[in-house]
Design a protein around this ligand. Structure first.
Ligand SMILES: *[C@@H]1O[C@H](CO)[C@@H](O)[C@H](O)[C@H]1NC(C)=O
Ligand SMILES: *[C@@H]1O[C@H](CO)[C@@H](O)[C@H](O)[C@H]1NC(C)=O
Ligand SMILES: *[C@@H]1O[C@H](CO)[C@@H](O)[C@H](O)[C@H]1NC(C)=O
Length: 483
């Protein structure tokens, strides 16, 4: 009983391989390879568009694109695994169509089911877009895989390639246009051919009239009744191709009836899949599209910390470390996660060097190694440090500046404001409140003297914060370890 089911299952798998772009690897391009190529291509386009919008550089990955190359070009190498998982998810849903809807001609553009096939694609696109809006990206990926299958099959199962088309049929991803001049149900489209000599079995008037047709497909005992004169899919498993007109027209692999056109069909299927993805991207926006394909760039902005490391900060440097860590931690794993972290220490007379990494853990280690030394007099090079950070960070970044001192380099004020405005960067000043500092220092019974920022010195920082839309507030929360 149990064993008797096995041959049927095996037969079905064989049949699947013969009915569409193949799902097993081989020389010819299968649905998985077509899908992966298109996703890699569309992802590159998304990252490039995002870089353009944000004023950052973009370098194309080397051809042929790989998942590794694409995430690196996107500045999102940390997303490699989720990117690969997303691609796999789309591919699995794609090939599942050959199991779930094996004998439904609309899902394969067989039997001249052009209107029905397009309906599956365009209704699926609406569902994908709705899922993206709700940030339900897995649902979007699954529906995408499902509608990519018929879209890709169109190029293998119809005579689009034989009609001389070199571009995808973009009407298949639209609802408001004609798909083309579809053959009448009663119109003959093929003449019989056998085996090796099937390259010219489509009737001349069909080709000359640019009339769209596709092959019939059926397996025993479910052979559909092929109307007289219609083309068949072709191949050993297609029983309809043994009924006149014999032979077939599919381009699923190099060995197919029209295998000499396999490469053209597969390339058009790839381009069409890229177009479908582009349509989805333009609706979703670049960032949500990238999330759909598993790439979390967070934002491509940087999180920057410009920190006073002069001696007077020695009591505050621990707070700087705590606050820095908590700001980073609050963003890691969220949509707002920064792709780059920048640290610029400053004191007097020096500032820098700038430290830049995309590794949050490494960055926190670097911050934790900071020590407060140097700085001879009261004022420090805060604006120089800020200017360096502004010049290095991508647009739309966020900067936190920690200090307890007035700026020594006040002359940079206008240059800094201009940079803030040009880069749309938010600058938050975390100025150690002198009252808090004094109180704490007194309670510690050491060095009652401390620096205090005068109202006019504080105003400079407030002006800068205001120019950026950042937080001018002061007074970092002191940890309660010494009280
Ligand atoms: C395709 O044809 C080649 C020879 O042309 C043959 O070696 C190969 O086994 C065939 N593949 C399939 C899946 O039939
Ligand atoms: C890559 O995507 C672009 C934009 O959608 C498209 O024009 C191009 O044909 C695609 N390339 C391939 C190889 O599919
Ligand atoms: C991300 O940032 C936006 C804008 O600042 C904010 O509205 C949103 O709540 C943040 N999301 C998370 C998860 O923190």
């Amino acid at each position: 009983m149990i064993l008797s089911g096995l041959p049927v299952f095996c037969f079905l798998l064989l049949h699947i391989g013969g009915q569409a772009f193949e799902i097993l690897p081989g020389d010819s391009l299968n649905h998985q390879e077509i899908t992966e190529k298109a996703i890699l291509n569309a992802t590159v386009q998304a990252c490039r568009a995002l870089a353009l919008a944000e004023g950052t550089n973009f370098n194309f990955p080397a051809q042929p694109f790989t998942a590794e190359g694409v995430v690196a070009a996107c500045g999102a190498s940390q997303s490699l695994k989720t990117f690969q998982q997303a691609i796999t998810s789309v591919k699995l849903r794609n090939i599942r169509v050959d199991i779930r809807y094996a004998l439904n001609p609309s899902f394969h553009f067989d039997q001249e089911m052009f209107v029905q096939g397009r309906k599956i694609i365009t209704e699926g696109m609406i569902a994908v877009k709705a899922s993206n809006k709700m940030e339900n990206y897995e649902a979007a990926r699954q529906k995408l895989g499902e509608i990519m299958h018929p879209l890709q099959d169109f190029y293998s199962h119809s005579n689009w390639v034989e009609l001389g088309n070199t571009l995808p049929n973009s009407n298949l991803i639209r609802t408001d246009t004609s798909i083309g001049n579809i053959a009448d149900k009663s119109k003959a489209t093929c003449h019989s051919c056998n085996g090796d000599d099937c390259t010219n079995n489509i009737l001349e008037d069909i080709i000359a009239g640019k009339i769209l047709t596709s092959g019939y497909f059926g397996i025993a005992p479910l052979v559909s009744t092929k109307p007289s004169g219609k083309c068949s899919h072709g191949g050993a498993l297609d029983q309809t191709s043994k009924i006149k007109p014999t032979g077939g027209i599919n381009k699923d692999s190099f060995n197919s009836s029209h295998g000499h056109l396999h490469t053209q069909a597969a390339n058009l299927a790839t381009a069409a899949t890229s177009q479908l993805l582009e349509n989805i991207r333009l609706e979703a926006g670049n960032r949500p599209f990238l999330q759909m394909v598993g790439i979390s760039k967070g934002s491509s902005r940087a999180l920057c910390f410009v920190t006073d490391t002069s001696k007077s900060m020695s009591d505050d440097i621990a707070v700087v470390k705590t606050v820095t860590s908590s700001i980073i931690n609050s963003q890691v794993g969220t949509e707002n996660e920064s792709s780059v972290y920048i640290l610029v220490p400053f004191s007097d007379p020096g500032f820098g060097p700038l430290i830049r990494t995309s590794d949050a853990t490494l960055f926190k280690d670097v911050v934790n190694d900071l020590t407060a030394t140097g700085g001879g007099d009261i004022e420090e090079m805060s604006l120089s440090g800020l200017q360096l950070a502004l010049a290095s960070a991508p647009f739309n970044s966020e900067i936190f500046l920690f200090t307890d001192a007035p700026a020594k380099d006040k002359h940079l004020k206008n240059a800094v404001i201009a940079l803030i405005e040009r880069t749309q960067t938010v600058v938050n000043f975390m100025i150690t409140d002198s009252v808090v500092t004094n109180r704490r220092k007194r309670s510690n019974n050491n060095q009652p003297q401390t620096r205090a920022i005068s109202e006019s010195d504080a105003q400079l920082y407030k002006d800068l914060a205001q120019a950026s839309g950042g937080d001018p507030s002061t007074g970092i929360q002191e940890p309660r370890t010494d009280g």
